[in-house]
Design a protein around this ligand. Structure first.
Ligand SMILES: *Cc1c(COP(=O)(O)O)cnc(C)c1O
Length: 314
């Protein structure tokens, strides 16, 4: 394939120019379901880091954007489903920093339909969308498929943005919580955020991950990422698989009523695909007496309830 050329002005590719809000704010949430049990609930507002690259998307993309710039790449290529927050964030990063972007989207049938709001936002940010069959998408990391999908010179960021650099970026989230949290709750898609977060914490701090996808091999994937990023398993973490609500973008009346009630109590719109499930899990565990009285529980708000935060009809 031909190499790619860029129309973008050079010299604008430093993510620091985007002025992220770091460390992200940590705010107390007075919630009697926690206080009644002698627990403090704090919200780690990573959703406020940047309006277009919120939450863990910033933390995972930032080191990859640096690596892309250092490698002299002017095109970013990444992968995602039709509702991927990661695709959106990558498209936004490209627009803001002067990278061209290509998104490989799962589902060739989508090419014939109007773009959903998430993909429309990618396109508006200048991302070139390439729709591929599910069969081909599954094989996207096989070398012979990579050569057909990836133009020469493009910097490849894996699906969900989770690679060793991303995990290393997320260690800063852990560092920001040192000396504060006893227990940290985080929602997991690919697990890249959890892999780095736990590595940034210290002795005596533990992390509970709440997978939003059903089944799968998330624990193994997190171990693989930690191995790749740090050479070993890091930190004290477990996964609680009971709160995915049936799978990605699936919900239930219980989850929805929990989320609506939490929004009213704390005057905070909740992102539904990830954050609401994590808070439902953490609150259930608090009510079940899973945390020692006197503990400080930190919930990581990994993203906001923007246009991509709604359930998007999936
Ligand atoms: C992408 C995303 C996640 C998942 O992060 P992983 O590192 O893939 O586990 C969690 N929360 C929100 C809001 C996200 O957009």
């Amino acid at each position: 394939m031909d190499g790619v050329t860029s129309d973008n002005p050079p010299g604008t590719m430093d993510p620091a120019a985007l002025r992220p809000l770091l460390p992200s704010p940590l705010v107390e949430a007075a919630d009697e379901r926690f206080t009644r049990r002698g627990l403090r609930l704090l919200l780690k507002r990573d959703d406020l880091i940047h309006p277009d690259l919120p939450g863990n998307k910033w933390r995972k993309l930032e080191p990859n954007l640096r690596a892309a710039a250092a490698a002299g790449a002017d095109t970013l290529l990444t992968f995602g489903g039709a509702y991927s927050n990661h695709l959106r964030a990558t498209a936004a990063a490209g627009r803001l920093l002067g990278f061209d972007t290509i998104g490989i989207v799962r589902g060739e049938e989508l090419a014939d339909r109007p773009l959903n709001p998430s993909l429309a936002s990618c396109a508006a940010d200048g991302m070139e969308l390439r729709f591929v069959s599910r069969a081909l998408y599954r094989r996207k990391t096989e070398p012979e498929v990579v050569t057909t999908l990836v133009p020469e010179g493009a910097f490849v960021i894996p699906e969900g943005g989770s690679n060793a650099a991303a995990a290393q970026g997320c260690t800063l989230l852990g560092r920001e919580l040192r000396g504060i949290a006893d227990v940290v709750g985080v929602a997991c898609g690919t697990g890249g955020t959890l892999a780095g977060l736990t590595a940034g914490l210290t002795e005596g701090q533990r992390v509970i991950g709440f997978p939003v996808l059903k089944g799968g091999f998330l624990g193994e994937e997190i171990l693989r990422l930690q191995q790749e990023a740090f050479g070993e398993r890091r930190g004290d973490w477990t996964l609680d698989d009971r709160f995915h609500g049936g799978g990605y973008a699936k919900t239930s009346p219980e989850l929805e009523s929990f989320a609506a009630d939490f929004e009213t109590r704390h005057d905070l719109p909740l992102e539904r695909l990830y954050v609401a499930k994590m808070l439902y899990g953490l609150t259930t565990l608090a009510l079940d007496g899973a945390f020692a009285p006197g503990s400080t529980v930190v919930a990581v708000i990994t993203g906001g309830a923007g246009a991509g935060g709604a359930l998007a009809g999936a």
